[in-house]
Design a protein around this ligand. Structure first.
Ligand SMILES: NC(=O)c1ccc[n+]([C@@H]2O[C@H](COP(=O)([O-])OP(=O)(O)OC[C@H]3O[C@@H](n4cnc5c(N)ncnc54)[C@H](O)[C@@H]3O)[C@@H](O)[C@H]2O)c1
Length: 338
């Protein structure tokens, strides 16, 4: 099996490539990545020059790059490439988000159609469904209507709808996944969990948006990778699959857990002006993927603290990696308040 993975130098993409090189050692993997500020060549450096792994620098919104990568007719494309930072889509302008997350997806779909690639797995987010109230409301299912609230989630929803349209119009073999918030190794330090870990390690304040009671369903990245592999191997074309972890936790509780693990005082918690349009709560039903593909997360609410503890340990032992990732993003994320 030959797989092209777009965005393979980012957080989830690099975990996914590492996961399939371990779980499917006879597969060939091409990492197709533009190496934006979030794409980190260090993440997969150990595989450079080794059998079964190739890196291809390219932009998914550039048809020439995409055709050059797909003309060798891989068996599947798994598409992680995206502008992924909600705050940047709000404060830094959304045009790059539209370019990659919408035009890029359409460019990939065209090439998948042209070269008759048998499977295109498009990785998306539960944020396309909008927000739930804090203490009520059924979890998002695959039937929930899209109501995106940030430029990021709107751009992801547009990409997802293009996938649907190509399947309906041309029979392009797509599957879309919507995952909850991920955490784990190689998480770019602009995102909440690594950002809080890094600040707490340096005894710096942990800035919480608004009242801090913003709830996400935290999914360990390795569980996400296992779910995507199940979808890639056994998912039904034209379907969508939601991937959650039955693990709803408020930001303030995550911050307190990180402080406890690191032995730091709760006086480091601070409150800052809320994010505009901030979604109060996400919760996602994983009933369909569990029922149809037999996937379940290893980390849920019963052992989240263990997953978080391992993640803290990873960041403690990779402080140079984090420092270099932050350095590389200088000038890109300056507008971000926290
Ligand atoms: N991080 C999460 O919690 C989460 C949750 C659900 C879904 N997702 C989705 O998963 C995917 C991966 O997210 P992530 O957190 O790993 O993102 P990330 O920002 O860490 O990585 C994105 C990768 O895409 C690459 N890229 C960006 N624009 C590109 C372009 N035009 N052409 C080629 N490569 C390009 C970057 O260089 C980077 O390597 C995204 O589609 C995101 O929407 C993320």
């Amino acid at each position: 099996m030959k797989v092209v993975v777009t965005g393979g130098s980012g957080f989830i993409g690099s975990n996914f490539i590492r996961y399939i090189l371990r779980e499917r050692p006879d597969w060939d993997v091409v990492n197709f990545d533009a190496l934006t500020y979030a794409g980190n060549p260090e993440n997969l450096a150990e595989f450079e020059g080794k059998p079964h792994y190739w890196f291809f620098k390219g932009d998914i919104a550039n048809p020439v790059d995409v055709e050059n990568a797909l003309k060798y007719k891989p068996d599947a494309v798994v598409d992680f490439a995206a502008e992924s930072h909600v705050d940047r889509s709000i404060h830094g302008g959304a045009s790059e988000f539209i370019r990659t997350n919408v035009s890029g997806v359409q460019t990939l779909l065209e090439a998948v159609k042209k070269f008759e690639i048998p499977r295109y797995i498009h990785i998306s987010t539960d944020e396309v469904y909008g927000a739930l109230p804090l203490d009520s409301g059924e979890p998002f299912t695959e039937e929930t209507a899209f109501q995106p609230n940030s430029p990021y989630s709107a751009s992801k929803a547009a990409g997802d709808l293009l996938c649907r349209a190509y399947f309906k119009t041309y029979g392009t073999p797509v599957i879309v996944t919507h995952a909850a918030n991920n955490y784990g190794p190689y998480h770019f330090p602009e995102k909440l969990i690594p950002f809080f870990i890094m600040r707490a390690m340096k005894d710096e304040a942990l800035p919480l948006y608004g009242d801090g009671k913003y709830v996400r369903d935290w999914l360990h990245v390795e569980d996400h990778c296992a779910a995507i592999l199940a979808v890639l191997e056994r998912g039904t074309l034209g379907e969508t699959y939601n991937i959650g972890a039955d693990n709803e936790i408020a930001n303030i509780d995550i911050a307190k857990m990180i402080l406890k693990i690191l032995g730091k005082p709760e006086s480091l918690l601070t409150y800052v002006t809320d994010r505009p349009g901030h979604d109060r709560r996400y919760a996602i039903s994983m009933a369909k993927i569990e029922r149809e593909l037999g996937w379940k997360p290893k980390y849920d609410k019963t052992n989240f603290e263990q997953g978080l503890r391992e993640t803290v340990e990873w960041f403690k032992s990779h402080q140079d990696w984090s420092a270099r990732a932050v350095e590389r993003s200088k000038g890109v994320n300056e507008h971000i308040v926290v």
